[in-house]
Write a protein that binds this ligand. Structure first.
Ligand code: PEP
Ligand code: MG
Length: 898
């Protein structure tokens, strides 16, 4: 197997690149695109890439190198030296390399990098000679020892920072840049001492020289250890957490890129930066990003110094040409990749080098805007534009914002790094954010700048606030990817993480841990206290993409809604009807009393009176729903849950009786309560979800479906008389045999006919059923003879197919099943293939029984993009989901059809 791939030019200037952009699984994203950039003639420092598969083999073998790879790496290193005409470790003109991770999926900042590799006590002299800049050379050497010790050997970075601070104190200077070449040379000696003291000779016998551990001088030893560290970083805890959060497989591995170093810190004609070919926050067509003169790459991302906007670069003396070339490259990259790209570059003494490019991460708003612009520019077609927006990303656009009418004072302003608004208690560490979230409290994570160790806290927090760093800083990039609101670079904020508080320059405000703060990542505003949040208006861009999506999709999209407000919201979001109105949701509040009266009384007169009240209430409910959805279908499901769900808990009653008895309470009251408890106990079931519920309720208590159908028919008749076009459909839940449906259908038809006659209007109301039991699915041909439509209730169908209690198992053992790969994913979130087979069978048999049968799905899976792909394949007519998922479902349905 080929494990190592060259990229860049040879000594004669010929391209000797062995890979290309399609090889991400082998070369990782970074390696594949370095190869691609070299192939299209962009200035890429030469190097080679070790494959992702090598990383996995090394890890799976317990950190043992596969046979022969080290020899191959050695050959490629020699080849690289020939190509560049320099040798690693050379005392005259040394080659230095970077060793960088690069997985198939972008995992920004999660894995390790080592720079300046190849420096040792010999080659430092060569570097001094070549650059005639001893200060630069010694600074590079001390950075290398520091990074190597921290990243490769796992030593605490503070050991080195403390030594630097001690040196600055002795010299009486403030900044690192005030240290002289001699100071840095002394630091190099100190750093080597720290290395000797803190690295274990037992763990690294190869590093022991004359009885003590020495900083490795052999560049091949440095290289081998650095590559091993990058391999190992694939499984560091933050990388594992990031993959879990982003659903990236643990089996991909990372490639390792070994590349000639170029230096952005060689003076004022050198620079380094990161950029996007368009604005990744709002999608505007403009060059976007930052650069720093005389700096190394990590200085930009770490937010240590304040950066300048990329558009200024071509006006800076000595950088004009590189700045212009960079802008030409932006255009070239977009024309080549047909997408918005992000870029890392370095300018070494006026000469531009491209260090990385990849498809740029962007907010949902930017994704929509860029897709639409690129379609207009002819870079992509409409289908591709629809494919470009991830359905789950749309959630971001449906995020809350500050209420425009809210009254608040701006405490501070920063960069609007990731859109959406958040309100929560201030917390000052990742651990505190996690603790707050676990305790059910909303929080905002406040940090000087985040680093990859903060990931857990960033996930736990509602929003992220930093006092440092730009729009390409860690906090900004990660927050945008997660869709979390973020304001960064709030310079007025002075954070004392240890005291867990922050002050705000120019005010006497002190933000303490637990104080409520609000932030708006769309505008960059920070507010003390809780601001009211509202949902955003949907932008025209979303409408455009969804309209394009509607051209391609085959599945209809309806909503699950049980009140007129949600019905309106669904309609605004583009639902073409209501797929499920759960009528039990209409029996809450004071109505609960009425249904309790019905259940608990044997007296027919009392019962009839209760049912009469319910009829009045339900007629009003349906009138509101049908009016809101005028002209569109509304599927009303008859009462479904076990009756005891409407009753008080017998346990609570028991406690109350005991309390009354202990305090000498009223005897008759106690007797009444006891009778009530016994009666409620009579409704208790061992398995209520498998007991008296669904259609069985209507068979045992026919007065209930009669009342509900009468209310539906009456509301319909009323609206028709008002000249509207109500389209209700009646749905019978939890049917397992055709006989059940036949009986209830007859009840419904009788009542509809009665109301039609009484009201003098024609009523044409369809009757269908839910398919949510395996027996119903496998006898769907019989059931369909009595049904105008099927709606697959995949929540119950999953529960009854697996025999998994839907109310319990997600907390009980599903997490363990997922961990042990006994389940690939939670079947209550994404449809399981076994359950999907029942759906497919139900559709096929159903059409045998009734060729005109309409089939939809109304379980939670109806709003899940992966499940929508399955339903599209099965050939359902529509999916039905909660209102906020409607846009997501429209887009996912289109992508499934493309
Ligand atoms: C279902 O079972 O999938 C369904 C939609 O009904 P409910 O969730 O109300 O049981
Ligand atoms: Mg159900």
């Amino acid at each position: 197997v080929k494990r190592v791939y060259a990229f860049g030019k040879d000594a004669q200037g010929n391209n000797v690149t062995e890979g290309n952009t399609t090889m991400k699984a082998t070369l990782g994203g970074k390696g594949a695109n370095l190869a691609e950039m070299a192939n299209i003639g962009l200035p890429v420092p030469p190097g080679f890439t070790i494959s992702c598969q090598t990383c996995m083999e090394y890890a799976n073998a317990g950190n043992v190198w596969p046979e022969g790879v080290l020899d191959t790496i050695h050959e490629y290193r020699l080849d690289l030296e020939n190509r560049i005409g320099k040798k690693i470790g050379d005392a005259e003109d040394p080659l230095l390399v970077s060793v960088r991770s690069g997985a198939p999926m972008s995992m920004p900042g999660m894995m390790d990098t080592v720079l300046n590799l190849g420096l040792n006590d010999e080659s430092i002299n060569g570097l001094i000679k070549q650059t005639e800049n001893p200060r630069f050379a010694w600074d590079s050497y001390r950075r290398f020892i520091q990074m190597f010790s921290n990243v490769v050997m796992g030593l605490d970075g503070d050991l080195f920072e403390n030594a630097i601070n001690a040196m600055k104190a002795v010299r009486g200077v403030k900044s690192d840049t005030d240290l002289t070449a001699e100071d840095l040379q002394e630091l190099v000696a100190e750093f080597k001492g720290i290395f000797t003291e803190n690295v274990s000779g037992e763990e690294y016998p190869a590093l022991v020289v004359d009885g003590s551990v020495q900083f490795p001088q052999d560049p091949m030893v440095q290289l081998k250890l650095a590559i091993e560290a990058v391999f190992g970083s694939w499984n560091n805890p933050r990388a594992v957490l990031y993959r879990k959060k982003n659903k990236i497989s643990d089996d991909l591995g990372t490639a390792v890129n070994v590349q000639c170093m170029v230096f952005g810190n060689k003076g004022n004609t050198s620079a380094t930066g990161v950029a996007f070919t368009r604005n990744p926050a709002n999608g505007a067509k403009e060059f976007y990003g930052d650069y720093l003169v005389n700096a190394q790459g990590e200085d930009v991302v770490a937010g240590i110094r304040n950066t300048s906007p990329i558009a200024d670069l071509k006006h800076v003396e000595g950088l004009e040409e590189a700045g212009r070339e960079l802008e030409e490259i932006f255009v070239l990259l977009e024309n080549h990749f047909h997408d918005m790209m992000d870029i890392e570059f370095t300018i070494e003494q006026g000469k531009l080098f491209m260090l990385q490019t990849r498809v740029g991460k962007r907010t949902a708003a930017a994704a929509l805007h860029i897709a639409i612009d690129m379609e207009k520019e002819g870079l992509i077609d409409k289908k591709e534009a629809v494919r470009r927006v991830a359905p789950d990303q749309l959630d971001q656009l449906l995020h809350p914002q500050f209420d425009k009418n809210a009254d608040y004072d701006v405490l501070a302003r920063g960069l609007n790094a990731s859109p959406g608004a958040a309100v929560g208690e201030a917390v000052f560490s990742s651990a505190d954010a996690v603790a707050a979230a676990e305790a059910g409290r909303k929080c905002v994570l406040v940090r000087w700048e985040t680093n990859p160790d903060d990931l857990a806290g960033m996930i736990a927090a509602e929003g992220i606030l930093t006092s440092h760093g730009g729009k390409t800083s860690h906090a900004a990039v990660i927050a945008r990817g997660m869709g979390a609101p973020c304001v960064c670079g709030v310079e007025a904020l002075k954070i004392d993480a240890e005291k867990k508080q922050a002050t705000v320059a120019g005010t006497d405000v002190v933000i303490k841990e637990g104080d409520m703060i609000s932030l708006d990542g769309t505008s960059g505003i920070v507010v003390l206290g809780a601001v009211d949040l509202v949902m955003p208006e949907l932008t025209g861009d979303l409408d455009t993409i969804l309209e394009w999506a509607d051209e391609f999709r085959k599945l209809g999209v309806r909503a699950n809604a049980d009140n007129p407000e949600d019905a309106k919201l669904s309609r605004d979001f583009g639902a073409s009807g209501i797929g499920l109105c759960r009528t039990e949701h209409m029996f809450l509040g004071e109505r609960k009393q009425i249904i309790q009266t019905f259940i608990l009384n044997d007296d027919d007169a009392v019962r009839e009176k209760a049912v009469g009240e319910l009829f009045e209430a339900q007629t009003g409910d349906f009138y509101g729903m049908f009016k809101e959805m005028d002209g569109l279908p509304v599927i009303v499901r008859l009462l479904d849950p076990p009756l005891h769900e409407f009753l008080e808990s017998p346990r609570a009653l028991d406690v109350e009786i005991a309390r009354l008895e202990a305090t000498g309470g009223d005897k008759t009251l106690i007797a009444e309560k006891r009778m009530l408890m016994e009666r409620i106990d009579g409704f208790a079931e061992q398995n209520p979800m498998l007991g008296l519920r669904g259609c069985r309720l209507g068979i045992v208590y026919p007065i209930l479906p009669e009342m509900q159908v009468r209310a539906i028919a009456t509301a319909t008749a009323k609206l028709k008389k008002e000249g509207l076009d109500p389209k209700p459909e009646i749905m019978i839940p939890l049917v397992s045999t055709v006989a059940e449906l036949e009986k209830l259908r007859a009840v419904a038809e009788k009542i509809i006919a009665e109301v039609a006659a009484e009201e003098g209007v024609e009523l044409d109301i369809e009757v269908g059923t839910m398919i949510e039991l395996p027996r119903a699915a496998v006898t769907a041909d019989e059931i369909a003879t009595q049904a105008d439509f099927f709606s697959f209730g995949t929540n119950d169908l999953t529960q009854t197919t697996f025999g998994f209690s839907r109310d319990d198992v997600e907390a009980e053992f599903v997490p363990q099943y997922l961990q042990e790969h006994l389940l690939p994913y939670n079947p209550f979130a994404t449809i399981d293939p076994g359950v999907a087979k029942l759906v497919e069978m139900g559709v096929k048999l159903g059409h045998e029984g009734n060729p005109d049968l309409v089939c939809g799905v109304c379980g939670e899976h109806g709003g899940d993009p992966d499940s929508i792909h399955t339903f599209n394949k099965i050939g359902l007519d529509y999916v039905s989901c909660s209102p906020y998922r409607v846009p997501v479902a429209r887009l996912a349905a289109a992508q499934a059809a493309l």
